[in-house]
Write a protein that binds this ligand. Structure first.
Ligand code: BGC
Length: 725
């Protein structure tokens, strides 16, 4: 045994040494290259040469860097110098489910599959940086961009972002985690200055980025548009120089968001590496080459020539850029990539199936038996609306998008399916929504007519990817459903009580009809396989196991960000203060005893589960220990299913305010009918610490902690008390 351990030790040493040697030789090569570059060549590498690329150095064989959005598929090619599509015919992709859906799977293994598949597509399309994933914390249900993020909990977002990065980067494509940081609303995103406490910053908004850097080893990060504490995020001394590159040791490239650079000197000194999308339009301006006027182009050149800034500042940026290139487009052994394979569509479907959340299921309304001959009325614009287009930079040109109506038609062949739009949202053209030309009354009447004839009604509605909906560039204006849907649902209920709602959205919505409908399914935006995955769940071919990655409040004011004045949301136009502090999402609902409509971590199944024999390995822990919780989970129903066991902790007597519950571990378990599995969940004791702003470090207080084990933040089955010394 000892011998074996020694051999393992030697092997680890050899591989560590090999890695060090490789790194040393890469560092040496980088230094050699930098010596050969002119200042102009170096600066050219630090800013865009087109909408989505930056220059290489042709005379030395150093390639250009090509980037693409992200994060749900590889975006269609964009023109060299405008936002128009380039019009290629070979750039249709697999559209994967939105990141809210991925987060709702609570399944890090699926996150890896997602990353690997999208990375393969990016690689095939010759992209070096994939602009995603996004991990801005869900602070308000009005944020137009929540659908691109991973929910309201820093632990969940951290656990889900890391495997995505690994999957992407195995392809020799850099993931670019965005938007660093505090871009938690789209309204005024280009200038709003966020003020918040150090605790909120470190406990809520930074952890997923830190995990991306330290565990995900991500090769690039995108800076956010907004300001934090008076400085723009893309050149923010505290966020970039101190935290990202200093404390966390990030060795990759900080890319701006498009047009998020504002100052040459700050950009040079406070950590920006590549400037993209600055508001010059090259072709139509009278300037010869607009890209030379970027903050990090001629203006920086002049500052270096005048001695105001040292050239070594640029060398450090180029060093990072070349390191990224050795990992991507100068790595000759990276794989070739794959596009639109059946495997990719299968991954998209699997994630969609596992992310769909069943919120309500009165009298087992679902699953609907596909063999039964009956009339089903499908009402709602979202039953047929393409959701991969629109939404801003995450728009996709996909090879196919199965609509909910199509998916249901295919699976429910014996049913008589009637369909009516019911309402119309109107098209969105370049950020403006054009009123629909369709007559609202006749749409409604048509819907009521089919509803009255049907055995069951499936209302397929929610939000869409238009401006002021789930869309980049601004926030939703209302918490309620748009386009008269609430009124329509209540009218439908008058003619047919057998009605359920299929909600397609990336955000929580108000549900005034919640008590009257028989069922509610939250399906997010599911990409290419939307209709298939929805039909899989409605028919019972797949037992739903998604869990909400954010809380659904009853009304908007129940959400923490909206419980204060306008300075909290949306700000006064210049500044914004996160007044709820660390009490974001369920931390707010639980601590303030404001019951959510649907809680973080909640989601029903067609079977039932029981947790038993919950134990911790000890009752008292030291700082360096790991708490190990073991339990048995049993499927007590008649069909197979998955359940997510969640552990929340509470510091019973703390010297500062601490949330009543904080997620610290979870595990998804697959179980056959009547099967029982034993599982363990681990929490390093140090993760019970809070961020102490008086010492600007994490502090673990001794005393009693409660470990709450359950199936959602509101469904705690067992509480264990432990001590920390
Ligand atoms: C978005 C980024 C995106 C970039 C490039 C910006 O408007 O905020 O997320 O990657 O555009 O399309």
């Amino acid at each position: 045994m000892k011998k074996l351990l020694f051999v393992i030790f030697l092997l680890t040493l050899v591989s560590t040494n090999q890695l060090l040697a490789q790194n040393n030789s890469m560092d040496n090569k980088i230094k050699e290259i930098i010596k050969q570059l002119t200042l102009k060549e170096k600066l050219d590498m630090c800013h865009a040469q087109s909408k989505f690329s930056s220059k290489g150095v042709a005379r030395l064989g150093i390639p250009e860097i090509w980037m693409s959005d992200g994060p749900h598929g590889v975006r269609a090619e964009i023109a060299w110098d405008s936002w128009q599509h380039a019009g290629w015919t070979n750039d249709s992709c697999t559209a994967f489910p939105a990141l809210t859906c991925l987060a709702a799977t609570f399944n890090p293994k699926l996150s890896y599959k997602y990353g690997k598949a999208i990375g393969e597509e990016a690689r095939y399309r010759k992209k070096d940086i994939l602009l995603g994933p996004g991990v801005n914390i869900y602070r308000t249900p009005l944020n137009g961009r929540n659908f691109e993020y991973m929910g309201e909990d820093p632990y969940l977002a951290s656990k889900m972002v890391v495997p995505y990065i690994h999957g992407v980067q195995e392809n020799g494509v850099a993931a670019c985690v965005k938007h660093y940081v505090l871009n938690n609303q789209e309204h005024w995103r280009d200038h709003i200055n966020v003020e918040l406490s150090d605790r909120a910053l470190y406990e809520i908004y930074l952890p997923a980025f830190k995990a991306a850097v330290q565990e995900g080893k991500v090769w690039s990060i995108m800076g956010a548009y907004n300001q934090v504490r008076g400085q723009y995020c893309c050149h923010n001394e505290l966020l970039v120089n101190k935290i990202l590159k200093g404390d966390w040791g990030f060795d990759g490239v900080l890319v701006t968001d498009w047009g998020a650079t504002h100052d040459t000197k700050e950009a040079a000194l406070f950590g920006l590496d590549i400037e993209m999308g600055t508001g010059t339009d090259g072709l139509t301006s009278s300037l010869k080459n607009a890209y030379d006027n970027y903050f990090m182009a001629n203006p920086l050149l002049k500052m270096i020539q005048s001695g105001e800034i040292d050239e070594s500042v640029v060398d450090e940026k180029v060093e990072r850029i070349l390191r990224l290139m050795f990992r991507t487009n100068m790595n000759s052994s990276r794989p070739n990539g794959i596009m639109n394979s059946q495997e990719h569509f299968d991954v998209a479907r699997e994630i969609a199936q596992e992310g769909i959340v069943l919120l309500k299921n009165e009298a087992n309304f679902f699953p609907i038996d596909p063999e039964k001959v009956q009339t089903i009325a499908i009402i709602g614009e979202n039953a047929t609306k393409m959701m991969t287009v629109g939404g801003g930079s995450s728009e996709l040109k996909t090879i196919h998008e199965i609509s909910p109506l199509e998916g249901i038609h295919k699976r429910f062949k014996n049913a008589n399916i009637l369909h009516a739009m019911g309402y119309a949202s109107g098209p969105s053209v370049y950020g403006r929504v054009i009123d629909s030309k369709l007559n609202a009354d006749s749409l409604k009447n048509e819907a009521l007519e089919i509803a009255s004839k049907a055995d069951i009604v499936l209302f397929v509605g929610g939000l869409n990817k238009n401006h002021h909906q789930d869309c980049e560039g601004d926030d939703r204006k209302h918490f309620s459903l748009p386009f008269g849907q609430d009124d329509l649902i209540s009218r439908i209920l008058k003619v047919n009580k057998n009605t359920a709602v299929i909600l397609i959205s990336g955000n929580a919505v108000e549900m005034p009809w919640v008590d009257q409908v028989k069922g509610i399914v939250q399906t997010w935006y599911l990409g290419s396989e939307t209709g298939h995955a929805i039909a899989d769940v409605l028919s019972g071919d797949v037992n739903p196991s998604g869990k909400l990655p954010f809380s659904f409040p009853v009304k908007l004011e129940d959400n923490a960000a909206h419980a204060f004045d306008e300075l909290s949301y949306p700000g006064d136009g210049t500044n914004q203060e996160y007044k709820e502090d660390i009490l974001v999402g369920y931390r707010w609902h639980d601590t303030k005893k404001i019951k959510p409509l649907y809680a973080f971590g909640f989601g029903l199944s067609y079977t039932s589960f029981q947790i038993q024999n919950v134990k911790s390995n000890k009752i008292s822990y030291k700082k360096e220990d790991t708490i190990i919780i073991s339990c048995e989970i049993k499927n007590t129903g008649k069909i197979k299913g998955n359940e997510v066991i969640q552990v929340y902790v509470n510091d019973v007597k703390a010297s500062v305010l601490r949330p009543l519950k904080e997620l610290k571990a979870f595990k998804k378990v697959k179980l056959n009918p009547k099967e029982t599995k034993s599982i363990t969940l681990k929490i390093p004791t140090k993760e019970l610490a809070f961020f102490d702003d008086s010492i600007m470090d994490w502090k673990l207080e001794s005393g009693q902690y409660k470990l709450m084990i359950g199936m959602s933040s509101q469904d705690i089955k067992k509480i264990i008390s432990v001590k920390v010394k």
